[in-house]
Design a protein around this ligand. Structure first.
Ligand code: SF4
Length: 394
């Protein structure tokens, strides 16, 4: 019997524990099934009553040109909510690695013959250099990509359009941006539900990069605890906790209720002014903005150099699911409030839970016309303006 290797979570492991598997024709009874091997045309409706007792499913890929296993994985995750380990089993190629993860696979199992054609390093770098898992919107100009190969073509076309980071994975974008703006680039973080992703990447590239958090004095306790946990866990050595000017707070919001009477003034006092003094000194700023979030961001480039301060948006093409996939892949802790329905988290008095199906930002300034914190860059300075298109990181 040929030996196999499992490529999972950026590591190559011995796959011998999956050597013995049950065939799909033999799943009667009520006992747990450790490993089930299914063909790529398996009848999932027939399998559905059994899924809850299957720990691992290997989906057979007879050839890398046969993509039916990808569809099967998607259906298992999305339609049947299968939560066990899902492994693509067969002679795939590294270009399909990211796509496999995107479809819901946790790992790829390769036999020795397949590994002779591509090294383990090829498999790892396929994720690093061309990260379709987290950049699925690459194909936006040509319509949704149906495969990584379509997306690569679109990438090549779009490079001509002038975004120098187009087609790079988020991590590669960060590496190049940190080199390009060496010593003159900053990451502003909200310590929200997506923040761990960029902080984790930064920690792997340059943990001494300046990272700024705006501590308004109105955050949830959980956000501050999450901040402390992430900074410590990632070893960020240049983390800066920016607070509002206390004399201004005493003068303008002595009883701490300005957010109720004049939320725009409160944001100006607690966010705009403290940030203005710190962040404008940098030539470039890394943001966590994503194209899917608002219509105004739909055409956003990864690198924006249209104002005095360049913006680097490594996650421009990510979706919420890509964030989840990355957090899962790297075992990053979620924001503690996410589990109880907070999908977009700002200051405590101005944030509520959202219901299923609501826009994630519906919980911010609920029952108010205000939709953004008002932090916006105009003529190279951070200012407070009233527009729905101003949300940055906070
Ligand atoms: S989000 Fe609310 S509490 Fe926070 S600064 Fe703005 S108005 Fe004040």
């Amino acid at each position: 019997m040929p030996s196999h290797t499992l490529i999972q979570d950026g590591r190559a492991r011995d796959a011998s524990r999956f050597a013995t598997s049950v065939d799909v024709s033999d799943i009667s009874g009520n006992e747990p099934i450790e490993v089930l091997h299914i063909p790529n045309d398996a009848d999932l409706d027939a399998l559905a009553p059994t899924l809850g007792r299957i720990e691992t499913i290997l989906i057979d890929f007879p050839a890398y040109t046969d993509g039916r296993g990808f569809s099967l994985a998607r259906q298992l995750r999305r339609r049947y909510n299968y939560e066990g380990l899902l492994i693509a089993d067969g002679p795939l190629i590294p270009d399909q690695h990211a796509f496999a993860l995107q479809c819901g696979f946790d790992a790829v199992r390769l036999d020795d013959e397949t590994l002779k054609r591509h090294t383990i390093e090829d498999w790892h770098s396929a994720l690093d250099d061309f990260d379709m898992t987290y950049q699925r919107g690459y194909a936006v100009k040509a319509g949704p990509a149906t495969s990584v190969f379509d997306a690569r073509m679109t990438t090549l076309d779009s490079r001509k359009a002038g975004d120098p980071f187009f087609g790079h994975s988020a991590e590669l974008t960060l590496r190049k941006a940190i080199t390009k703006f060496k010593g003159d680039i900053v990451l502003a973080t909200s310590m929200g539900v997506d923040s761990a992703v960029l902080l984790h990447m930064v920690s792997r590239i340059d943990p001494s990069l300046p990272v700024i958090f705006l501590d308004t004095g109105k955050h949830f306790r959980e956000t501050l605890a999450y901040r402390d946990e992430l900074v410590s866990r990632f070893g960020l050595t240049n983390f800066q906790n920016i607070t509002p000017d206390q004399a201004a707070i005493l003068a303008e919001d002595p009883d701490g209720t300005l957010n109720q009477s004049e939320p725009d003034s409160c944001c100006d006092l607690r966010k705009v002014r403290p940030l203005d003094g710190v962040i404008n000194g940098y030539g470039a700023r890394i943001t966590g903005r994503k194209r899917y979030q608002t219509p105004e961001r739909a055409e956003m480039s990864i690198l924006e150099e249209t104002s005095p301060q360049a913006k680097v948006n490594p996650l421009a093409y990510w979706t919420a699911k890509d964030v989840t996939a990355y957090m899962r892949q790297h075992d990053l802790p979620p924001h503690p409030l996410l589990a109880i329905g907070y999908l977009s988290i700002g200051c405590q008095p101005c944030t509520t839970r959202v219901s299923a199906g609501e826009d994630p930002r519906a919980g911010r300034w609920r029952n108010s016309d205000k939709t953004e914190c008002g932090i916006h860059m105009v003529d190279g300075k951070w200012v407070s303006v009233e527009t729905k298109a101003t949300f940055e990181a906070f």
